[in-house]
Design a protein around this ligand. Sequence first.
Ligand code: 13P
Length: 343
Amino acid sequence: MSTNNLALIAKAMVASGKGILAADETTGTIGKRFDSIQVENTEENRRAYRDLLFLTKGIGDHISGVILYDETLRQKSSDGTPFVKLLEKNGVLPGIKVDAGAKPLAFCSGETVTEGLDNLPKRCTEYVKLGAKFAKWRAVIDIGRDIPSSTSIAANAHALARYAAICQEAGLVPIVEPEVLMDGDHTIERCEEVTEWTLNAVYEALYLHRVVLEHSVLKPSMVISGKKCPKQAPVDEVAARTVRVLKRTVPAAVAGIAFLSGGQSDEVATAHLNSMNAQFKGELPWPLSFSYGRALQQASLKAWKGVAVNVPAAQAALAHRARMNGMATQGRYSADLERKGQG
Ligand code: 13P
């Protein structure tokens, strides 16, 4: 039996002024990020990069938790301190990605279902022993001609619900992540429709599987125009449509909502979050926060380039983005703050 207090952990993950750093890239995905800065994808380089991120001074000021990958959860800082201990010492909760990735869904050409339920109870028990406090599972919903299908929405909602129930039974707070992809040329109206459909299916499945909503965090995508849509919706419209869908579909009992960035540029992702919290201050039943991967790490990775002497600049870049997003959770971010921080 675990002793993790799931209600307290879930609340701490979305505490005001803070959000989550997604540093759970699989070995393949981190390889793509390293390719962009010409760094070789070796275990030591992966360790050194995560070490740099986690050793950022004041990381706990605006980062409540870090999502780790299996390999990273078992790695150590350069002085021999396990990453889990290092994060805890800095007031940051360690979390773990437990899904095994999105795989082709039978009879649904071009669509996927996320796998990883086999042996999940056993893996969760081990992760709790290793110090993990929360978990993540990402479902992927693509928008295109004739997709998504109701098959893919139902299959992904079912897997998310099974995952969330297994996590809670083992003593981990589940981050429930149904990502509606922003690839493609669809309009923001279409994204809103698909996001509403997806979230309705997810919460129906969570209910059916007895998931305790107070012990869970939702990680949705924002309602946004497709990347290749000729008409890109402005920041305040993205914020308003996103909040409208969330209010229609997410029960007030959910501990909090932490968005993914999904390929938005870092400053745009911050501006969207800020606009939601500024426009709807006092009207929301849950805290709106961030759980960004690329939008927190982009600038840091670019500054680092795999060179030790660049570590302080890379850490300053992460600290800055974390602070800007921390302000955005309170609707206090501005272009002026952005410029000053870069100064
Ligand atoms: P992005 O913010 O880069 O979309 O990553 C978040 C994440 O954890 C995806 O699963």
